[in-house]
Design a binder for this molecule. Structure first.
Ligand code: G4P
Length: 532
């Protein structure tokens, strides 16, 4: 099979939402359409239920499940679809940000009653910064919620997007009658007494067609005509190039639970969503159809069983064909590695594969070689960009609670940081280790995993840090930088890559430092280019 054809038929995307908006339900319905699963309930939610934050068994269970659902692949209309799972829980937001580096587009799910929520805002902002094409799915139309125009307004304002509806609801909640599909120009009626999974599609090209009045009632038909007229006037026409450039976001309405509006979403998605996109490395932009294989690690999953401490590194293939048992260059270590049992993912199973194409994800067994962001190539020395670390929100000193096990502790900390569970900062002054995390939950996860996987015990000590900033002096030999290093010595640390980091204890200190040292730039992201 030609590589071009394989690339053209791949769509790799992520579904993002605030917890409970319906991401899991929508994923499941997409898999049902693809014939990848036979019944609802097969895809387990990866979220940690409320109140379970200290329940380690729950964390473990959640981790186990998210391995299985990390990549869900299926075929629909001869298109190979890869859905990359993104954790909804905010404490795992960084995991989601990293996964977003491996998708070519996203679907944003919004609850019709709740509208734009906090997690949606954060995730969409990351997608917007990277110009990732987005489709919005407004879910739970079977319930009472906000008015369609009000919601579209809210999305434009809060998420800073330019939307255009490609479907429009007819009624809502108890009066929900169906959807007018602007994209395909037909009416999908939501009918039947059980209001479950019943769908009828009637072609109505022209809205003036009196059949519409017969189908949904004269009053509803008039309202629909009026609303659509307004929608067409207010919102820009759909333009695929604008969507692909991240400048225009089409919106669909539906109810994932009732399987309503999902097929319309999927049919449009396979038509408009991008095939694997080119990706920038530190030396050049790599095209998917280049002959030589290249890819990067965006996620590492540890085996929770201490007897089998192998890990699974998830590699997104950017270019060429990945082949089993072929030596590839691990660029950071300058070492050739061969993989005898690479995994590919199909719905909920994983299987060993011989070849994989751009857009696909392969899971590689790893005994500790990989870090998040590592690049594999056929020999070219380049490193993919775009997996930055963000300043953590919580910081604590980590201490060894069992002096006999310091080797195990160090190894454990090292490996957990490689997996991206948290960030480690080593203070310049005294070598003390500081752990920085996105959410409070990670401290418990780290403590638990150090004990159960590495046999090491740790304790934490509070530390007052507001933000970690990566330091970039204009001139590393200047007096200004020397003064900065001397005055701030107590607050300087190295991150895992050896980059200099300033741990500012308050917003005020940060501001004063920026004023006092104008030629020492303080970045909130470890990869400076990504801030521009
Ligand atoms: P998430 O992955 O985004 O966190 O959301 P999830 O799909 O788990 O859905 C959250 C809740 O919303 C679930 O109910 C789910 O059944 C419900 N839901 C999803 N889509 C729709 C929809 O179109 N209409 C309505 N009315 N509800 C919807 P739950 O009670 O929390 O869980 P469950 O016990 O039903 O699984």
């Amino acid at each position: 099979m030609s590589i071009k054809r394989e690339i053209n038929r791949r769509r790799t995307f992520g579904i993002i939402s605030h917890p409970d908006a319906g991401k899991t339900t929508l994923t499941e319905k997409l898999l049902l359409f693809g014939g990848a699963i036979q019944e609802a309930g097969a895809v387990k939610s990866n979220k940690i239920k409320k109140g379970a934050t200290s329940d380690f068994m729950e964390i473990e269970r959640q981790r186990g499940i998210s391995v299985a659902t990390s990549v869900l692949a299926f075929e629909y209309k001869d298109i190979k679809i890869n859905i990359l799972d993104t954790p909804g829980h905010k404490d795992f937001a960084e995991d989601t940000f990293r996964t977003l580096t491996a998708v070519d587009s996203v679907i944003v799910v919004i609850d019709v009653a709740k509208g734009v929520e906090e997690q949606t805002e954060k995730l969409v902002e990351v997608c917007r910064m990277r110009n990732i094409p987005m489709i919005v799915f407004i879910n739970k139309l079977d319930r009472e919620g906000k008015d369609a125009f009000e919601l579209l307004d809210e999305i434009e304002q809060k998420l800073n997007l330019t939307v255009t509806p490609l479907s429009f609801p007819i009624g809502m909640g108890y009066d929900f009658k169906g959807i007018y599909n602007i994209w395909e120009r037909n009416v999908n009626l939501f009918s039947g007494s059980s209001r479950k999974n019943i769908e009828e599609t009637i072609e109505i090209e022209n809205l003036q067609n009196p059949e519409l009045d017969t189908l949904i009632g004269e009053k509803a038909a008039d309202v629909l005509r009026e609303e659509l007229e307004l929608a067409i006037e207010v919102y820009p026409d759909f333009d695929r190039d604008a969507y692909l450039a991240g400048n225009l976001q089409p919106v669909f309405f539906g109810s994932a639970l009732n399987n309503f509006g999902v097929r319309e979403l999927l049919d449009c998605f396979v038509e408009i969503a991008p095939k694997p996109r080119p990706k920038a490395s530190d030396t050049r932009v790599v095209q998917p159809d280049e002959k030589e294989f290249s890819g990067f690690v965006f996620k590492i999953h540890a085996n929770m069983d201490p007897k089998h401490r192998d890990r699974l590194a998830f590699v997104k293939i950017v270019s060429g064909v990945f082949e089993r048992n072929t030596p590839y260059l691990h660029v950071r270590n300058n070492k050739k590695l061969k993989f005898s049992s690479p995994n590919a993912f199909f719905a909920e199973k994983k299987e060993i594969v011989d070849v994989s194409y751009p857009g696909d994800i392969v899971g590689l067994h790893d005994t500790g070689n990989f870090k998040i962001g590592d690049t594999l190539t056929e020999g070219e020395e380049m490193q993919y960009k775009g997996i930055p670390s963000f300043s953590p929100e919580h910081f604590k000193y980590i201490n060894n609670a069992d002096p006999m096990k310091s080797k195990q502790l160090n190894k454990g900390i090292d490996q957990l940081m490689d997996e991206g569970v948290a960030q480690l900062f080593t203070l310049e002054l005294n070598g003390r280790k500081v752990i920085g995390t996105v959410g409070a939950l990670q401290f418990e996860v780290i403590q638990y995993r150090l004990e159960h996987e590495y046999g090491a015990k740790c304790s934490y000590e509070n530390l007052n840090v507001h933000k970690a900033c990566w330091v970039e002096p204009k001139d590393s030999k200047s007096d200004e930088f020397a003064d900065f290093k001397r005055v701030k010595a107590k607050y300087l640390a190295k991150d895992k890559r050896g980059q200099l980091v300033f741990l500012a204890d308050s917003a005020f200190t940060l501001q004063m430092t920026q004023q006092k040292y104008p030629n020492v730039t303080l970045h909130f992201v470890s990869e400076f280019e990504s801030e521009k």
